[in-house]
Design a protein around this ligand. Structure first.
Ligand code: SDX
Length: 396
């Protein structure tokens, strides 16, 4: 019994830590940020309210909301030197390779003035990271297409500012469409935190050594890149486009058979989850957002969205998926929404990292604030060679 939640002893033995930030009930398909259901947050709040909640444990009141938005907006610019990090990359470098470098590079500017054991320092590091991630992701995108960087504007919303930095040019400003900005903000909310997933556990373990938060978040970016984790949204869209190229809805049966074939390594990307053995509540919200965005753009008949819904319908009725409790996860529809907004598929995981930064830093700060925390030191079961002596080279 921990607080209002009871766990069976078997579960407790697998838990890596105790946390008060995010709660997932994988069997019920429930996700709470600080006790609030993700459905209500995605509908009634914006991403910065969600950041405030994850960092401080409560939703902001009107004055707190105004002050927090202003504080974040005042930290959206990055040091002008950051652009020289980018110049070292090829233009076609994967954005996650660039982001791993840029976020690690932030520590070069702040590590010596950030004492991780000082709560005020932890707070300003969190603000700096939340504020600067959109600027860095947009810079990575502009660099990849050879366009000049667009500076943040403090009078725009968090999502609107990001989209302007992505799509405006010195010759033509970007007029954010409210539906698309709301969709972008919702994508950020849905990806903000998710308990002790692989990248969050990486950030906690890395940060437990006392390293600066910028370096610890860079480790999280690197872990999130993997196709079984944050890279799944990019892989899911590529999978849908490939099925579409090979015949679309008519060929779904063939594709599903490939997935079920034990000799093939083909997976239905965007399906399945280590914890959800029911529908990922974020996937439902992402599918609704898909409808809203495609409707606003007059793309209701988008072939990929129709293909995704047909694939979901077939998979949810197929014994292979039902027996393994495989349901759509957050990554299944997010790629279609981002593609409709105009975001290149290669940038999907960088946007996941942008949104997850608040979760990573909230979890890191929660760990550091615990007086009992120590450097992580997982142990192992040794299954290698028994003790033996080194033979002379002639006998090897
Ligand atoms: C994220 O942890 C988090 O919270 C992560 C995340 C977050 O917000 O941080 O939610 C984000 O990472 C979501 C997951 C994104 N990844 C994908 O969509 C990639 C495709 N999914 C699979 O890689 C897989 O579902 C996992 C790794 C996500 C979860 O795997 P499981 O279910 O824990 O365990 P498993 O891999 O052992 O699968 C069990 C069975 C196996 O078949 P059998 O050996 O029992 O015959 O289900 C099969 C698997 O082969 N299986 C799939 C499948 N996922 C699992 N078969 C086909 N397609 C799939 N997607």
């Amino acid at each position: 019994q921990t607080g209002k939640f009871t766990y069976d002893p078997g579960f407790l033995s697998t838990a890596s830590c105790q946390s008060a930030i995010t709660y997932i009930d994988g069997d019920k398909g429930e996700l709470l940020y600080r006790g609030y259901p993700i459905e209500q947050l995605a509908t009634n709040c914006d991403f910065l309210d969600t950041c405030y909640l994850l960092l401080k444990g409560e939703l902001p009141n009107e004055q707190q909301q105004k002050d927090f938005h202003k504080l974040v907006n005042n930290h959206t610019m990055v040091n002008e030197q950051m652009q020289f990090f980018l110049r070292g990359f090829r233009r076609d470098a994967h954005p996650m390779a660039v982001m791993t470098g840029l976020v690690g590079g932030l520590s070069a500017f702040y590590h010596d003035s950030t004492d991780i054991n000082n709560p005020q320092h932890r707070e300003i590091a969190a603000i700096r990271l939340i504020a600067k991630m959109p600027t860095l992701v947009a810079m990575a995108y502009k660099y990849s297409i050879g366009q000049p960087y667009i500076y943040p504007k403090n009078d725009l919303s968090y999502a609107g500012n990001f989209m302007r930095m992505m799509f405006a040019t010195p010759c033509a400003d970007y007029e954010p469409n409210d539906v698309l900005v709301r969709a972008m903000d919702r994508i950020f909310i849905l990806h903000a935190d998710h308990e002790q997933n692989a990248s969050t556990s990486t950030v906690r373990l890395c940060g437990s050594s006392g390293t600066n938060p910028f370096a610890a978040i860079a480790a999280g970016v690197a872990c999130l890149w993997g196709p079984a984790h944050g890279g799944a949204n990019e892989a899911a869209l590529n999978m849908l486009e490939e099925i579409q190229r090979n015949g679309g809805v008519e060929k779904i049966g063939e594709f599903i058979n490939q997935v079920k074939d034990k000799t093939s390594s083909v997976k239905l990307m965007g399906f399945g989850h280590r914890v959800y053995k029911n529908y990922d509540p974020r996937a439902k919200l992402m599918r609704e957002t898909c409808h809203e965005v495609l409707g606003a753009l007059g793309l209701e008949n988008d072939p990929l969205f129709k293909l995704a819904m047909a694939l979901e319908k077939i998979a949810l009725e197929d014994e292979y998926f039902v027996a393994r409790k495989l349901y759509p996860n957050v990554d299944f529809y997010s790629g279609i929404v981002q593609r409709a907004i105009g975001i290149p598929v290669s940038l999907f995981t960088a946007i996941f990292a942008l949104a997850r930064t608040v979760g990573w830093i909230a979890q890191l700060n929660e760990m550091i604030a615990d007086p009992e925390y120590k450097i992580g030191r997982p142990r192992q079961l040794y299954v290698g060679a028994p003790r033996r002596d080194v033979p002379p080279i002639q006998q090897r």
